[in-house]
Ligand binder design. Structure first.
Ligand SMILES: [Zn+2]
Ligand SMILES: [Zn+2]
Length: 398
């Protein structure tokens, strides 16, 4: 089966590069992926899949039925949105949309999803079960997975696979991570309310700027002294506004931040932990506060049996020297985690780094990918999907 998958992928390679370049030059922002979705739906229909459009606002769902011997349903997820970034690559297929760019590689993810559908549709008579392809919108705003789930895409799904490109891994290799892959990411809005007064008479006022500085300092120090250092927490206040004049004590400061953590128990406890510190500091100095803690996405926790299926598929396909077991998670966020509330899953990292020129990070205006990675991605995904049914119940040791 592996050699059949590799042969089909090799034949499809020029078409897959054409697809990726088309997507790259026509990027769309989160929640506006109308052309991308229509394009993906066209490719999927031409492979004979049952396609549903406008799922989860601008998402696409397509099902490929296998022989039906195995009732388990496997989902494969790709995201389609681009970022509000002005592309600064010199590529001939660079973005045609001013100020919008595929600089997180979602053009590659969509291509890998479509390529996997193209390969598996040619092998449908050898597939015991059904694959449901999810092409989701709005990953960058952490909304798309939720929209898709609300529209029922996880109903009946037994396992889910996903992929994300990674520029620090060379093209041709894949990264496998057991356990936590990405962080839980929440948003924080905090307003400190004091009392205005003359800049020369602090004892008659309640200085919201000074209290805000105490709150920030105490939070950062409390992470170091009260959080388990083996369970990381990152709290970044990225915006702060307050005050009206140099000689007027500010009565209000508004701060916006992001909170990251890896362990579900830590994540669950963070809103109360933050509020207690804020309340204590404010109370000490006579201020009040409004705290708006908005849950973002949970941490992606890769299922170990499914991760092992992907790891073994990649080792067989590419050799062990092209499979990296990643020792560390990322504190970035990924809304793939929301699907994992409904079924176990795993996401692997697809190396897209060039070996002979500089590589740029994700979300960089010069981010580029070595397109040799596309075949690595589709073969790994298609073979892992096939092996999923080969290995009985997902939780059985392989
Ligand atoms: Zn991104
Ligand atoms: Zn991304």
């Amino acid at each position: 089966m592996l050699s059949r998958i590799k042969d089909i992928a090799a034949n499809l390679a020029p078409r897959l590069i054409e697809i990726r370049r088309h997507l790259h030059s026509h990027p769309e922002l989160s929640g506006q992926e109308y052309q991308t979705a229509a394009y993906a739906a066209g490719v999927l229909s031409s492979c004979g899949l049952r396609v549903q459009e406008l799922v989860g606002k601008t998402g696409v769902v397509a099902e490929l039925e296998g022989t039906g011997e195995d009732q388990r349903l496997l989902a494969i997820r790709a995201d389609m949105d681009a970022l509000p970034i002005q592309e600064r690559t010199e590529l001939e297929f660079a973005s045609h949309q001013p100020g919008i760019m595929h600089s997180c590689g979602h053009d590659v993810h969509t291509t890998v999803g479509l390529g996997t559908a193209m390969i598996l549709s040619q092998l449908a008579t050898s597939l015991p079960g059904t694959v449901r392809f999810l092409f989701q919108p709005a990953e960058e705003t952490a909304q798309g997975a939720g929209w898709m789930i609300q529209d029922g895409v996880m109903e009946g799904v037994d396992a889910i696979l996903g992929v994300h490109v990674f520029p620090t891994i060379p093209a041709g290799s894949v990264g496998i991570r057991y356990g936590a892959l990405t962080a839980a990411a929440d948003d924080l809005e905090l307003i400190i309310i004091g009392e205005s007064g003359h800049g020369a008479r602090p004892h008659e006022a309640i200085d919201a700027i000074w209290i805000a500085s105490q709150v920030i300092t105490t939070l950062q120090q409390a992470i170091s002294r009260t959080q388990n250092p083996l369970r990381p927490v990152v709290l970044t206040i990225g915006q702060i506004h307050g005050g009206r004049a140099p000689n007027v004590i500010a009565d209000q400061v508004r701060m916006l931040g992001t909170v990251r953590s890896l362990h579900p128990e830590t994540s669950a406890a963070l809103p109360n932990w933050i509020e207690t510190i804020v309340a204590n500091v404010c109370q000490s100095y006579g201020a009040t506060y409004k705290l708006n803690y908005r849950r973002g996405v949970p941490s992606v926790q890769n299922d170990s049996a499914l991760t092992q299926i992907v790891e073994l598929s990649a080792r067989e396909a590419w050799g062990s020297d092209r499979v990296q077991i990643l020792p560390e998670p990322s504190l970035g966020a990924e809304d793939f985690s929301l699907y994992l509330d409904h079924a176990p899953g795993t996401m692997f990292r697809l190396g897209v780094g060039f070996s002979d020129k500089p590589n740029y990070p994700l979300h960089h205006p010069q981010f580029h990918v070595d397109e040799a990675a596309i075949v690595t991605g589709v073969v790994t995904m298609a073979y892992a999907a096939y092996k999923y049914w080969l290995h009985g119940a997902y939780s059985c040791p392989i």
